[in-house]
Design a binder for this molecule. Structure first.
Ligand code: ZN
Length: 80
């Protein structure tokens, strides 16, 4: 099972490890490619993460890998 896809010649990682700022819990999550995740609840402490200032989604804020659109993937509906 590949967690890397290719889009317009770029390799895009789909798995990001979300790091809870409150308890430090880490959870690997598969990122959706068709939308940005704006809310994510920590599976350990229940803290609800929302994007930090200047970031588009919780993966860009708390994840080990930024979301697919930021990595360079062309996503229909998310173009600027
Ligand atoms: Zn937590």
């Amino acid at each position: 099972m590949s967690k890397i896809i290719e889009s317009t010649g770029k390799k895009i990682a789909l798995e990001s490890v979300v790091h809870c700022p409150k308890c430090g819990f880490e959870s690997a999550e598969i990122m959706p490619t068709d939308s940005c995740l704006l809310r994510y609840q920590c599976k350990n402490c229940g803290f609800v993460m929302t994007p930090t200032e200047g970031k588009c989604c919780i993966f860009c804020s708390y994840g080990s890998v930024p979301c697919p659109p930021i990595q360079g993937m062309k996503v229909p509906g998310l173009e600027e």
